[in-house]
Design a protein around this ligand. Structure first.
Ligand code: PLP
Length: 318
């Protein structure tokens, strides 16, 4: 059977990590690599991170590696040490250099799965599963998203705001490979004339997008700095690295920072709504269901400027 690859995939570089290759080993991502019994595939039992590389520099590198470790802890999944992940990414970048240059913008996806059922890849628990980094030039759709204004629909995520604490086995707030629900919600949004989704709990708390964090901006009195607010982690959202970096920059600029609980009404009452994610950056929302929201280029550029400072990220309560 003929195989078809999109241009951007052809230029992808894969780096595997295993006990024999703790500094990584290049593989061809266009060839089959995984066993069909890998638990990452058959159960979605694994974790990942998607990072943005600009001009050869991984943005928010520490925050992503810290969140990978956090997700691994929540799933009780052994993963290679941070130095191995960094070596794998560096090897991938080196491969681009050898091929003629690192593209200006890359997406780097780190993936760790529980490996093949009953056949640990190594006796060393840090290497018992399956691990790789995939480097891909930022695809056209990602670049288009960076420049777009978003229409979003509010959708029920089907759990209440207490469940994350009450039922830790649901792994809310971990970045697991089980994203079928997230992708289904995006298809639902598109089928109903929207670009993306903002989830809320059944008891009416704002959560996050299927692959983004929600930011609300409120302007205050004349001459005062604005306020930027995001839902609390305790409601069951992923600690966003983009949100964290924006908040760090905003704090330095004297903005007021706020953390939910937030209701959909607070979103409609906000002056501006944004979605934030690593490759997309900060993008303005112009419509939430049937309600138009104001978009302000100056505020958008201010938030993007905070992100560009790439300051260390921290989240309250962590
Ligand atoms: N929330 C979810 C569920 C996500 O999957 C993502 C990223 O894809 C985010 C939030 C945003 O996280 P980050 O800013 O670290 O990319």
């Amino acid at each position: 059977m003929a195989e078809h690859f999109r241009e951007d995939n052809v230029a992808a570089v894969g780096v595997r990590l295993d006990a024999e290759h703790p500094d990584g080993m290049i593989f061809d991502p266009h060839q089959p690599q995984l066993r069909v019994t890998d638990l990452g595939v058959v159960r979605g039992d694994g974790i990942f991170e998607t990072m943005h590389v600009l001009d050869g520099h991984v943005r928010k590198y520490d925050a992503h590696l810290e969140r990978l470790r956090r997700s691994a802890r929540m799933l009780e999944l052994g993963i290679p040490p941070e130095s191995a992940w960094r070596a794998a990414v560096e090897l991938g970048l080196e491969e681009y250099r050898a091929r003629g240059g690192v593209p200006e913008e890359l997406m780097v996806r780190l993936t760790a799965t529980r490996g093949v059922d009953g056949e640990p890849a190594s006796d060393d628990p840090e290497y018992a599963g399956t691990y790789w980094a995939l480097l891909t030039p930022a695809p056209d759709w990602a670049k288009a998203d960076q420049a777009k204004q978003f229409s979003v629909t509010l959708l029920d995520r089907g759990f209440d705001a207490d469940v994350a604490e009450r039922a830790p086995w649901l792994l809310l707030g971990a970045k697991t490979l089980s994203y079928a629900i997230n992708m289904a919600s995006k298809r639902w949004a598109e089928a109903h004339g929207h670009d993306d989704v903002i989830f809320h709990t059944t008891d009416g708390q704002l959560l996050e997008g299927p692959n983004s964090t929600v930011l609300l901006v409120n302007r205050r009195g004349e001459g005062e700095t604005p306020q930027v607010v995001t839902p609390v982690l305790e409601a069951g959202v992923l600690p966003g690295t983009t949100q964290g970096a924006v908040f760090a920059g905003a704090a330095r600029a004297g903005w007021d920072l706020g953390y939910g609980p937030l209701t959909p009404q607070q979103l409609f009452d906000a002056d501006h709504v944004f979605l934030a994610a690593s490759v997309r950056g900060v993008v303005p929302v112009w419509r939430v269901d049937e309600t138009e929201m104001a978009v302000d280029d100056e505020i958008t550029e201010a938030l993007r400027g905070f992100l560009a400072e790439d300051l260390p990220v921290s989240h309250p309560g962590e």
